[in-house]
Write a protein that binds this ligand. Structure first.
Ligand SMILES: Nc1nc2c(ncn2[C@@H]2O[C@H](COP(=O)(O)OP(=O)(O)OP(=O)(O)O)[C@@H](O)[C@H]2O)c(=O)[nH]1
Ligand SMILES: [Mg+2]
Length: 223
């Protein structure tokens, strides 16, 4: 029983901090996104291509979550945007407190989209709200079309789902219809994008949808 209480306290405290983060992001008109996927699903590559595609129109900042090292942070900093690396030193997810400390380094009035790349993991990050507007859950097709059915919690929480590495579809025998239907059973709302950050296929639709989200958020503020 004690263990259950401790976990509840951790999650309650995280929720309060996440609400504080959300207030800060809203105050500054920032669309905060929490990118979640298995290791190697293509989060950083997708972020590189997303930032490259929109950076003339929108200002990005990135918080990179990794167990150790700063490989991904260096890849994204090469695009000339502000990046903060968090190392969890073994932890399998980011929490709202870590994100709070990380964004102190940014000039928030200059940020339109704050992208958080969570630690590669399809399970642990599901429980920890960071204060994001929504979670972007990325499933690369080599991982298999059964993953939405096997890891339903994270797909149920997604504000957008991306089937990535679609260029590998034929080679890995991923059933798009099955995966789509399984996501829909779990999550009625989230748009599902099918794209390849490597070839650019499907990227246009994702970028258009994302910039529309920023516009509607800024519109809500003005109104
Ligand atoms: N074929 C193909 N390969 C891709 C695509 N996107 C990423 N990759 C490759 O997949 C591998 C992992 O990509 P990353 O972007 O580093 O994946 P990640 O999810 O950020 O990985 P972690 O941060 O370590 O969890 C790299 O070798 C990429 O080149 C894609 O659209 N198609
Ligand atoms: Mg990465």
């Amino acid at each position: 029983m004690t263990e259950i209480k401790i976990l509840k306290n951790i999650l309650d405290e995280n929720r309060h901090r996440a609400d504080d983060n959300r207030q800060v992001f809203n105050k500054h008109g920032i669309l905060a996104l929490n990118f979640i996927a298995s290791p190697g699903a293509g989060k950083t590559t997708l972020l590189e291509k997303t930032i490259f595609g929109l950076k003339d129109r929108l200002n990005f900042a990135v918080i990179e979550g990794d167990i150790t090292g700063d490989y991904d942070a260096r890849r994204l900093a090469a695009l000339g945007i502000p990046v903060v690396q968090i190392n969890t030193e073994g932890g399998c997810h980011l929490d709202a407190g870590m994100v709070h400390r990380a964004y102190q380094d940014f000039r928030l009035d200059k940020v339109d989209i704050l992208a958080v790349e969570n630690v590669g993991n399809l399970v642990c990050p599901a429980e920890f709200d960071l204060g994001e507007a929504f979670k972007v859950v990325v499933l690369s097709v080599p991982e298999g079309d059964d993953k939405p059915a096997k890891y339903p919690l994270i797909f149920s929480e997604a504000g957008a789902v991306i089937f990535s590495k679609i260029d590998l579809l034929k080679a890995v025998n991923f059933g798009l219809d099955k995966a789509r239907a399984d996501v829909r059973r779990i999550n009625r709302e989230a748009p599902i994008f099918e794209l390849s950050a490597a070839t650019g296929q499907g990227m246009g639709e994702w970028l258009e949808w994302l910039s529309g989200k920023v516009e509607s958020m800024k519109g809500d503020e003005a109104g």
